[in-house]
Ligand binder design. Sequence first.
Ligand SMILES: [Zn+2]
Length: 333
Amino acid sequence: MNAPSLTLAVLLLLVMPSIAFAPMQTTYTPLFDGVNAYSYLEAQCDFGPRPPGSANLSLCRAYIKSVLESFGWIVTLQNFTYKETECANIVVSWTETSNTTVLLGAHYDTRPNATEDPIQANHNLPILGANDGASGVAVLMELARVLPMENRSGVKFVFFDAEDSGYLNGWDWIRGSTYFVSELNQTERDSISAMILLDIVGDANLRLPKETSSTDSLQNIVWNVADEMGYGHIFLGSYSTSILDDHRPFLDAGIPALDIIQVPFPWYWHTLEDTPDKCSAGSLSVVGRVLEVFISGGTPSSYPLDQPILLYAGLAAIALILVSYTVIRFRRR
Ligand SMILES: [Zn+2]
């Protein structure tokens, strides 16, 4: 073998693996549609404020149930009473006997009083909860529409009631999730490998630092997926603080749990200004796509953006080989 041929052989050996393995990688293109998710957010707000026990919340519950059933999911209502108020968690699974591995949650009730509103007279009025409530629900509804069929039996969605009435009329926070976990037997607890909670994930200027009580290993996996997808400016590497939220009862039961939540809370949190115009389809899309890739088991390297990069790298290498070969041949003459 002469020198030019040897050079060519070495180049081919270096380049071939990337070309050969590129088509073998698990590819997964997220189907999550942020505009669709935003329409679910608006539809919830169209019912008006949705505090526990209200007619508006009943209508919204029926709406969420009907949409999920239209996607083929099995929806059951887990009724419970708290302080003489009829409440219900919405439990969604793909089969009657699904072995849950990932449980995705969000609260669908809204705070009965705008206790953080700058106008004192507004404190007795209920909030619309576009971001605080509807955003997390909207992302989960769109995920339920687009999740690959082969992943559905390993997923359960729970929409919690009675999360956001803490300190009002003697109410506590997170009553729906607390009730849900209290009803799980040990086998059911063991079947949940991860609980992921979405809360306040719709702000147009979304920033998600890591919540400090969440399970580190689970949080890091999800954050790595986000980072590899180019969303490191939204899923921040910094830490916020510990939040009392619907993931807490799961942590207390020994279940790995993660709260994806914007902290500090947006300026309109628990005010009458928590309206759809503060949220964006783009933000819902980022959160939804990260979860879609995470659940589909797609490794970060399987994000579709990587495929063109590999393809272009391969084509560039081939071009380089051809040019080198031609130059070498030309010089030998
Ligand atoms: Zn709240």
